[in-house]
Design a binder for this molecule. Structure first.
Ligand code: MTE
Length: 306
């Protein structure tokens, strides 16, 4: 495992960029006017957003965030997604939101980006493999998208699916996982204000290797819950099947809340390596977001519901 170290980026760099983009948004007077460059498929374009809830920890250098990835649709090694995901065509792109709701709808990605108020959220990401990063995402709360389709009382869970396109996602030609990649959340988790649909990072459109054009970010859960390149979101009354749980049910549960007290069958989850750091650090319960999310799991045995 070879990781490049770039100690040159500070909080200020990120803040300044955020302020710059926000100021531009203010000057134009129209949120989302900075998005004209988003029509094309490839290439990072600046995004207009406002600052929302964030950690003050130092973000992981962009080079690491965009070159050390898990995205099995493009290969199983950390460098494969950056090398192979350029093939993915992210326009046109639609997301179908359906199931237990009154107003199912197919959303065009550019309409979604223009129609939602984008925020920057600097979140910790803890992978189940034992490494972590701090990533400045740009996106909007998933709850806004769910509200738009008017969920019914039968909406107890939310199921997510990644695009299935083996011609571009060459990893899908191999049975590493049961494709398409699938994930799920309980409805209260899905509408929690921390749960984000990300369309960018570091103030620019999401690079393909990070899940363009839109991916989920659930910061208190292991990274594999944060499904990339989503094409379908379905509200359902049943706990949906999920890719890693189907593949190795004893190793990867449905909940997968970051929990230093519950080890993976093959390794400890007590500590983690922050990419760019040498010494391992302690892993925090719920990845440090317990203050906001622990209540949702009150009374649940988190060893059983891992
Ligand atoms: N989504 C899809 N569709 N395919 C994947 O292989 N990997 C997951 C998650 N989302 C994955 C995925 C895992 S294991 C992690 S840790 C995060 O994406 C990594 O996100 P990043 O590469 O943007 O850091």
């Amino acid at each position: 495992m070879l990781i490049r170290h770039r100690p040159d980026l500070t909080d200020n760099d990120v803040t300044d960029r955020g302020l710059y983009l926000r100021r531009r948004e203010f000057i134009t007077g129209v949120a989302g006017l900075g998005l004209a460059g988003l029509g094309g498929a490839a290439g990072a374009a600046p995004l207009a957003f406002s600052k929302g809830f964030s950690t003050t920890e130092k973000p992981t250098p962009k080079d690491d965030v965009t070159s050390y990835n898990n995205f099995y649709e493009f290969g199983v090694d950390k460098g494969d997604p950056a090398e192979n995901a350029g093939k993915l065509k992210t326009r046109p792109w639609t997301v179908r939101v359906d199931g237990a709701c009154e107003a199912p709808k197919t959303f065009d990605i550019d309409a979604l980006i223009k129609g939602n108020k984008l925020e920057e959220r600097i979140y910790r990401l803890r992978c189940v493999e034992g490494w972590s990063m701090v990533i400045p995402w740009v996106g909007f709360p998933l709850k806004d998208l769910i509200a738009a389709v008017k969920p019914t009382s039968k909406a107890k869970f939310v199921a997510f699916e990644t695009l299935m396109r083996p011609s571009e996602m060459t990893g899908q030609r191999w049975d590493v996982l049961q494709w398409p990649y699938r994930e799920g959340l309980r409805i209260d988790e899905a509408v929690h204000p921390l749960t984000l649909i990300a369309v960018g990072l570091y103030g620019e459109t999401l690079p393909n290797q990070n899940g363009a054009p839109l991916r989920l970010v659930v910061p208190w859960k292991y990274g594999f819950k944060s499904i990339k390149s989503i094409t379908r979101i379905s509200l359902t009354d049943r706990q949906p099947p999920t890719a890693w749980n189907l593949s190795a049910p004893r190793e990867y549960g449905f909940y997968s809340n970051v929990n230093p007290a519950v080890d993976h069958p093959r390794w400890s989850q007590a500590t983690e390596r922050r990419i760019g750091e040498f010494r391992r650090r302690d892993t925090l319960a719920f990845n440090g977001y317990g203050e906001w999310v622990a209540d949702m799991y009150r009374g649940m045995d988190l060893k059983k519901f891992y």
